[in-house]
Design a protein around this ligand. Structure first.
Ligand SMILES: NC(=O)c1ccc[n+]([C@@H]2O[C@H](COP(=O)([O-])OP(=O)(O)OC[C@H]3O[C@@H](n4cnc5c(N)ncnc54)[C@H](O)[C@@H]3O)[C@@H](O)[C@H]2O)c1
Length: 485
C-alpha cells in the first residue's frame, strides 16, 4: 500500500468509501490528503456493469477518484475499456489479465478494488484485496455460497479493511421514501410482509441466455437477483433473517416448452440457430452496437456466448420460486420470484399494527448491456389505516438507471463530502451476507425440502447497522370505531 494511503474506519466506509469519509474520523488530516491526492481504484471484471463505475470515475467523480488499473480474463474487453477511457478523455487504466491480479496490486498500489466479474469469483478477489490491505467495493451478490461468505467475513476481521456492497436499490428515491414512511411509524410496527417480484420474458428470459443460467456461477436467481430484494426487506425492516423455507422449480425455460411452441427443440445459441425466424426469444447480438462490441467481438478470446438458447436442457436455475422468511424481530416475509411474467416489477405490502403500506413499481424491461436508454418506472405507494381512508403517497422519483438509485449511490460512494446518511443506506459485508444467506438457504431448501436456520450457515455474522424503527413495545392508538370510519 502507499505510505500516504488514507485509513478508513467502518463508519467512513459506510458513508463514502473515499478520502472525505475518513474526514469524519480525522477532519484536518483527511482534508489535506484530499486536497493533494485522488483515491486510486483498480477494477476487476470489465463487462456490462463496470461501465457504471467507469462513467462515474471518468465523469462527475474525476476530481476525487482515478481508475489506475483494470483486470479481466478477456483481453478484448480490457482493450475495449481502454478505448472507452480514451473516448471519455480519461487517463488510460493499465490493463492486467486475471492471472496478473497480484502483480496489478503491487505495481499500481490502488487504495480500493472494485469487484464486478461473475458472482462466483467475487469472494476470491475480495479476500485477496482485503489481505493485500485494500478496501473493497463489490457488486451484488457479495458472493454465492455460505462457505464463500464465511471466507469474506473472516478476511474482513483479519485484515481490518472494509467492504461496500453496492445495493443500489436502497438508493432509488421512491424506495428510500418507503423506508422513511416505515421509520416514521405510519403503519406502526410491521408484523408481516407480502412481496412478489416479477421478471418478464424480455429481461427475465435474458438470465437464461447468459452465465447467470449456470447455478454454480450465479447461485441461481435466489442469490443473483433476489439478493437485492432480500436486502431491501432486511433494510426496510431494520432486521435480520433467522429461518427460511422455500420451494423452487423450472417449468417454463425447458426444452418441452420450445416444442409446445412449435420449435423442433432447443439449440445451442441464437447466432447459429436454425429456427431463428420461428422463435420470438431470438436474441440478435449483432444488432446492438454495445452488445456486439462487448461480447460478440470478444468471443474469440474466451468462447463465452451471451446468446445461449433459453430452452437448453443444461440450464439449472429455477424460474419459479416461493420463500417464507422468519425475522429475528418476529416479522415474517412471504416472497415469490417468477421469471416468465407478463410484466416486470414488484408489489410489496407491509402489514403493520396501525395499517398497511402498499408499494410497487412496473419496471422497464431492459436487456443488460444494450445501448437503448432506460424508460421510467411507474410507481405507486399508498397507506391504508386499519380503519379509515387510504392515502396515496406521491412517489419520489429519480433520474437514470435502477430507479435513479445508481446516481445517488455513486455520489455516496465517491463523493468525499457525502453527508452522513440517517437512513444508513451504505451496506457492508454484514448486510451483504444477511441478504445472500436467505438465497443460499432457499437453494438448500430446494434440494432438501427442509427448513434452514441462517445461524447454521456461517459463524460470527454480526447484525448490520440499521436505523431505529417502531418497536413491539410502542403504544399504538385504538383503531377508529367502525361507525367513525
Ligand atoms: N447492482 C446491479 O444492479 C447490477 C447490475 C448488473 C450486474 N451486476 C453485477 O455485476 C457483476 C458483473 O455482471 P455483468 O453484467 O457486468 O457481467 P458481464 O458478463 O457483462 O461481465 C463480466 C466480466 O467479467 C469478466 N470475467 C469473467 N471471469 C472472470 C474472472 N475469473 N476474473 C476476472 N474477470 C472475469 C468477463 O470477461 C467480463 O468482462 C455481477 O456480479 C453482477 O451480479 C449488478
Amino acid at each position: 500500500m502507499d505510505g500516504d494511503s488514507p485509513t478508513f474506519g467502518r463508519r467512513a466506509v459506510m458513508t463514502g468509501l473515499g478520502a472525505g469519509a475518513a474526514a469524519l474520523a480525522a477532519p484536518r488530516v483527511a482534508a489535506q490528503a484530499r486536497a493533494t491526492r485522488r483515491r486510486r481504484y483498480a477494477l476487476v471484471g470489465c463487462g456490462s456493469r463496470s461501465r457504471m463505475f467507469e462513467t462515474a470515475i471518468w465523469g462527475p467523480h474525476r476530481g476525487e477518484a482515478e481508475l489506475v488499473a483494470i483486470c479481466d480474463t478477456n483481453p478484448g474487453r480490457l482493450a475495449l475499456a481502454q478505448r472507452r477511457a480514451a473516448e471519455a478523455g480519461a487517463p488510460s487504466p493499465r490493463p492486467y489479465l486475471a492471472a496478473e491480479f497480484d502483480t496489478m496490486l503491487r505495481d499500481r498500489r490502488p487504495d480500493a478494488l472494485i469487484v464486478c466479474p461473475p458472482d462466483n469469483v467475487h469472494d476470491d478477489y475480495v479476500v485477496r484485496a482485503l489481505d493485500a490491505g485494500l478496501d473493497v467495493i463489490t457488486e451484488k451478490p457479495m458472493t454465492t455460497e455460505a462457505g464463500k461468505a464465511q471466507r469474506i467475513l473472516d478476511a474482513v476481521r483479519r485484515s481490518g479493511r472494509h467492504i461496500r456492497v453496492t445495493f443500489n436499490y436502497r438508493y432509488s428515491p421512491f424506495r428510500t421514501q418507503v423506508k422513511e414512511l416505515l421509520m416514521a411509524g405510519e403503519i406502526g410496527d410491521v408484523l408481516s410482509v407480502d412481496f412478489q417480484w416479477l421478471l418478464n420474458t424480455v429481461h427475465g428470459a435474458d438470465y437464461f441466455r447468459r452465465w447467470h443460467s449456470d447455478k454454480s456461477i450465479s447461485g441461481g436467481l435466489m442469490v443473483h437477483k433476489a439478493t437485492h430484494h432480500f436486502d431491501l426487506v432486511n433494510w426496510w425492516l431494520s432486521d435480520v433473517p433467522e429461518s427460511v423455507i422455500a420451494t423452487g422449480k423450472k417449468e417454463y425455460y425447458i426444452p418441452a416448452m420450445a416444442r409446445r411452441m412449435g420449435l423442433s427443440g432447443p439449440h445451442q445459441r441464437c447466432r447459429t440457430c436454425p429456427e431463428k425466424a420461428a422463435c420470438s426469444f431470438f436474441f440478435d447480438l449483432e444488432e446492438d452496437a454495445a452488445l456486439r462490441a462487448l461480447y460478440l467481438e470478444n468471443e474469440r478470446y474466451d468462447g463465452y456466448h451471451r446468446d445461449q438458447c433459453v430452452w437448453r436442457e443444461s440450464i439449472d436455475i429455477e424460474d419459479t420460486m416461493n420463500v417464507v422468511v422468519g425475522y429475528q424481530g418476529g416479522a415474517t416475509l412471504s416472497y415469490s420470484l417468477n421469471a416468465f411474467n407478463a410484466w416486470e416489477g414488484y408489489r410489496i405490502a407491509f402489514n403493520g399494527t396501525k395499517g398497511r403500506l402498499e408499494h410497487g413499481a412496473v419496471e422497464p424491461a431492459l436487456v443488460a448491456g444494450a445501448s437503448r436508454e432506460q424508460d421510467r418506472e411507474i410507481v405507486h405507494t399508498r397507506i391504508i389505516p386499519l380503519r379509515g381512508a387510504a392515502r396515496e403517497i406521491e412517489p419520489r422519483m429519480g433520474e437514470g438507471a435502477h430507479g435513479g438509485g445508481d446516481a445517488v449511490m455513486l455520489a455516496d460512494l465517491f463523493d468525499p463530502d457525502a453527508p452522513a446518511d440517517p437512513l444508513l443506506r451504505a451496506a457492508d459485508e454484514r448486510a451483504g451476507a444477511a441478504s445472500i444467506l436467505v438465497g443460499v438457504a432457499a437453494n438448500q431448501c430446494f434440494r432438501t425440502g427442509q427448513p434452514v436456520r441462517i445461524a447454521d450457515l456461517v459463524t460470527g455474522l454480526e447484525r448490520p447497522d440499521y436505523p431505529a424503527m417502531p418497536t413491539r413495545q410502542d403504544r399504538i392508538p385504538m383503531p377508529l370505531r367502525t361507525d367513525q370510519v
